[in-house]
Design a protein around this ligand. Structure first.
Ligand SMILES: Nc1ncnc2c1ncn2[C@@H]1O[C@H](COP(=O)(O)OP(=O)(O)O)[C@@H](O)[C@H]1O
Ligand SMILES: [Mg+2]
Length: 249
């Protein structure tokens, strides 16, 4: 089943259209990579799908129902079911890792008893192998730990879908590969649906079941990763040649 399906979706700001005519599906329980050059509109698309930026026209379904930006209930469903690791993935420096991860619970369920909050936070930290670091402050976490902490915060309300906007930016290749392993584990162990923005070809190779390739204000390709390699398209071939030249280096 498709958890998200977009129909002639246009995203952008005010009168500025960033991406036009988007038709695509995000399959449940898979990892979909959103790929495109910097400034092409990847974060803008995620914002719209997460309920944070109204479409300029067209629309999309979530879990089989059309999303209505004018309905509070419709948006609340998105907020409840989609966890977001924002680009930059910042944790708040003044709060411990525990309190950073607890933040979405405190905002959405302010009356939840503290022992329940603790259980949820530690379950989420365990998923990213950070349960032992709950009391640390962000200044004392490595880059990889910070990203995993931000991921724990995205997971804490037990969403069905997780959006990760350039989760491995700024990480060294090994830490980045470990983060990819973690995303794959979330899919395989918990059946999560992940939408991962990345422009790292290695990362796409490792994690992507599906690819949404953005180019020139629209979708250049939307389909299985396996079919991307075989696509008869100069832009896509160039994209893969870039990978080959790295391999030779
Ligand atoms: N809040 C905003 N208001 C107006 N334009 C924006 C805003 N945020 C981003 N943009 C513009 O939208 C385009 C796409 O940005 P973005 O979605 O962040 O790209 P990407 O994530 O692919 O790097 C860019 O031209 C950017 O300048
Ligand atoms: Mg971005």
């Amino acid at each position: 089943m498709d958890i998200i399906s977009a129909h002639d979706l246009v995203v952008g700001y005010g009168r500025t259209e960033i991406l036009r005519g988007l038709d695509f599906a995000v399959p449940e329980g898979r990892i979909t990579a959103v790929v495109g050059v910097s400034g092409s509109g990847k974060s803008t698309l995620l914002k719209t799908l997460a309920g944070l930026l109204p479409p300029l026209s067209g629309g999309f379904d979530f879990a089989g129902r059309p999303v209505n930006y004018r309905s509070e209930a419709s948006l609340r469903l998105l907020f409840e079911q989609i966890g977001v690791l924002y680009q930059g993935g910042a944790l708040l420096n003044s709060l411990s890792l525990f309190e950073n991860v607890a933040l979405p619970i405190r905002m959405q369920h302010p009356k939840m008893p503290e022992d329940m909050v603790r259980d949820m936070v530690f379950a989420s930290l365990a998923q990213v192998e950070l349960a032992g670091s709950a009391d640390k402050y962000p200044a004392h976490l490595s880059g990889g730990m910070t990203k995993r902490g931000a991921l724990a915060r995205a997971l804490v309300l037990d969403p069905d879908v997780v959006f990760c906007d350039e989760p491995s930016s700024g990480l060294d290749p090994i830490t980045s590969a470990l983060l990819d392993d973690l995303l794959i584990r979330l899919k395989e162990t918990f059946g999560m649906t992940l939408v991962v923005v990345t422009h790292e070809i290695r990362s796409i190779e490792r994690v992507a079941d599906r690819v949404l390739l953005i180019n020139d204000g629209g979708l250049r390709f939307s389909g299985d990763y396996a079919d991307l390699a075989a696509a008869d398209d100069a832009f896509i071939r160039t994209f893969f040649l870039r990978k080959d030249s790295h391999d030779d280096a």
